[in-house]
Design a protein around this ligand. Structure first.
Ligand SMILES: *Cc1c(COP(=O)(O)O)cnc(C)c1O
Length: 336
């Protein structure tokens, strides 16, 4: 039973119902059920099911709407997943550092242990002794290292791990070829894939993320999500952007071209020791002295992420690919 992956009191919650949720509101009805104002442009609560947005996303991601839950950013879904599967002070999540910091932050806030299995020297997961964690987070392409995690390793992991496996694909639209593990959902019902509109779609300000999983898992998560977690303007503006997938593709192509150009320029700098291969919209770069490089960028008004205190990332900065002018500025500052 898939629902056994969730805590008993979560599993037993009644399906959430809002007055409006059971009722497809249309402009014709007299809506006096939700204590809203009768006037204004955004006077009504948003659709708690986000039906139109899920419909549009289900086509793009080739899943059914029943396999989707949307969140206030994928960060909200990370939080829901951790809280619904792990007991405070008892259970653990499994992560593969260096990786996205939010997994650990959410665990810490909820008093949940973190089991860490460091990535190997090529930043791939190593298959080790069985973990008793309830939930594992594999980030692919990984943040801050930038590389994809081998699909065959992910499959091996899925075959051996008895908990819920989350593959965070925040950056997958930047990877070449068909790299998503979404197609594995039918074969691996304990798999959850995270996606976001914050990166390739350029909509970080809207705060819209998604989890893709078996309907049974989605069902449980929908019971515990805040009902109105995606605003009406958020849903509408996202729909508008999704209507132009070619535009997203073009943006991704521009960023990839800029990434290649930046790699070429960085490679000529004596301060740069190593540029790690990237399948994402950022570069992990090892410097002779990362703190010094970070400070000179900062004094010139260029803010990057200093990752040099992360495991295997000594003297490394994570640099997001910006516009051509922004990238030129990075080079200009680092050259002197
Ligand atoms: C940026 C990022 C997210 C996105 O989070 P949102 O809350 O959807 O903006 C998720 N996972 C990783 C690894 C990220 O780097």
């Amino acid at each position: 039973m898939l629902s056994e992956l969730f805590l008993p009191y979560i599993r037993l919650l009644a399906p959430y119902s809002s007055a409006r949720g059971e009722y497809q509101a249309s402009a014709k009805e007299v809506l006096l059920d939700a204590n809203e104002s009768p006037w204004g442009e955004f006077n009504r609560y948003p659709d708690p099911q986000q039906a139109r947005l899920k419909q549009a996303l289900s086509i793009i991601w080739r899943v059914s709407p029943a396999q989707l839950i949307l969140g206030n950013g994928s960060d909200e879904l990370i939080d829901l997943l951790v809280r619904s599967t792990c007991r405070s002070g008892v259970d653990s999540i499994l992560t593969f550092p260096p990786t996205y910091g939010m997994y650990k932050v959410v665990a810490a806030i909820n008093g949940i242990n973190v089991e860490e299995q460091c990535l190997n020297e090529s930043f791939q997961i190593k298959l080790r002794s069985l973990s008793k964690a309830k939930l594992a987070f594999i980030c692919s392409p990984n943040n801050p290292t930038g590389n994809l995690i081998c699909k065959s390793r992910i499959i091996q992991f899925l075959d051996s791990f008895s908990g819920l496996t989350v593959v965070d694909e925040a950056y997958v639209d930047f990877a070449l070829g068909e790299q998503s593990v979404v197609a594995l959902l039918t074969r691996y019902p304990r798999l959850v894939v995270l996606r976001t509109l914050s990166k390739a779609w350029g909509l970080a300000g809207l705060r819209i993320g998604a989890a893709l999983a078996a309907p049974e898992i989605i069902n449980v998560l929908c019971r515990i999500k805040p009902p109105y977690n995606v605003s009406t303007p958020g849903q509408e503006l996202a729909l508008r952007a999704l209507d132009e997938p070619e535009r997203m593709r073009r943006t991704v192509q521009r960023i990839l071209a800029e990434r290649e150009r930046l790699v070429g320029r960085l490679a000529t700098l004596s301060e740069v020791e190593q540029i790690f291969p990237s399948d994402s919209n950022f570069l992990l770069v090892r410097f002779k002295d990362a703190d010094k490089a970070y400070e000179s960028l900062k004094s010139a008004g260029v803010i990057v992420r200093n990752r040099s205190r992360e495991p295997s990332c000594s003297n490394c900065l994570r640099i997001t690919i910006g516009s051509p002018e922004q990238n030129d500025k990075v080079i200009e500052v680092l050259r002197c």
